[in-house]
Design a protein around this ligand. Structure first.
Ligand code: ADP
Ligand code: MG
Length: 294
């Protein structure tokens, strides 16, 4: 069967479509429970939830790194997995998805430039990639990506010499070079200070707005979701308990959804204006796509 990577009408509309996804680890409690989720092309969506709520597991499923027990995941109109099996064409679907991790996942002993150039490895032939033979155009594009994320001056440095925030921006530059339509970022700011967190979130936002890339970013704390992402999907114990406008979130609702875990979602370092999320004047949500108290 030929793989359709030419954008069809549906592909241009839906970047990610998940239906009926369940995941259990070691036959113990469910890590993900009946997840249904549709993300439009060009959206910037926050995935929030306390630790253990399933954020990383969901991101790994979308990225085609883990198979669910049941359920289907389509990415840009192509099956990434279905019925608990990774699709046999998933490798090619994955080429359109970049995953950014909390711990940056750079090769620390290599230069920043080399790390960014590895974004090309899915696109060029194996031998050329193995020997690191990148073209001048590729190197120039890598430099442009580094300039865009604001760390062009670090190109020749070893990745290990960069600060956490700079390493995360190098990882974003690598994703830019990869040229994928979808960026999945799993708690990209969890180990960063507030100033670096702001830079990283601004960089993701700029890529979303300028390049219209779809961004799904998991965040431990809700204030960043409210500031940078128009839409928030909230997970609790593997279930989606809220999916709707970030602006409609408020502390009363979070308390309702998360109980005592709520405090974990309100960051200590948040600027006061965001930290003190005020209840909306109206008790009703504006336009929740889904709101439930599980
Ligand atoms: P989050 O990213 O929101 O902190 P995770 O997706 O990491 O949550 O975890 C969700 C649940 O699945 C947790 O109960 C966690 O212990 C479990 N889990 C995640 N990965 C594994 C794994 N590889 N093996 C066993 N259990 C796992
Ligand atoms: Mg996680």
């Amino acid at each position: 069967m030929a793989l359709n990577l030419i954008p069809t009408l549906e592909a241009t509309m839906l970047a990610i479509k998940i239906s009926g996804l369940h995941k259990t680890f070691n036959n113990s409690k469910r890590a993900l429970r009946h997840i249904d989720l549709a993300v439009q092309h060009g959206e910037m969506v926050a995935l929030i939830g306390a630790s253990g709520s399933g954020k990383s597991t969901l991101i790994r499923h979308i990225g085609g790194l883990v198979a669910g027990d049941t359920g289907d995941i389509d990415v840009l109109g192509n099956a990434m997995q279905s019925g608990g099996r990774i699709d046999r064409h998933a490798r090619r679907v994955r080429a359109n998805v970049s995953v950014i991790f909390q711990q940056f996942n750079l090769v620390e002993r290599s230069s920043v430039m080399t790390n960014v150039l590895t974004g090309y490895l899915g696109q060029i032939d194996g031998l050329r990639g193995t020997f690191g033979l990148f073209s001048r155009d590729e190197k120039q594009a890598a430099m442009r990506a580094l300039a865009r994320v604001g760390i062009a001056g670090t190109a020749t440095q070893r990745a290990s010499t960069l600060s956490g925030g700079q390493q995360q921006r190098a990882a974003i530059a690598r994703a830019l070079v990869q040229g994928s339509e979808i960026i999945l970022a799993d708690e990209p700011i969890a180990s960063l200070d507030p100033a670096s967190s702001k830079r990283v979130m601004e960089t993701l936002q700029e890529i979303n707005q300028t390049d219209k890339k779809t961004v799904v970013v998991s965040l431990h704390q809700v204030d960043y979701a409210m500031r940078y992402c128009p839409r928030t999907v909230a997970l609790r114990e593997g279930e989606i308990v809220y999916d709707g406008p970030s602006a409609a979130l408020n502390s009363a609702m979070l308390r309702d959804l998360y109980g005592a875990d709520c405090d974990e979602l309100l960051s200590e370092n948040a600027e006061p204006a965001i930290k003190n999320i005020r209840p909306l004047s109206t008790p009703q949500l504006d336009a929740p796509i889904k709101a439930a108290t599980a």
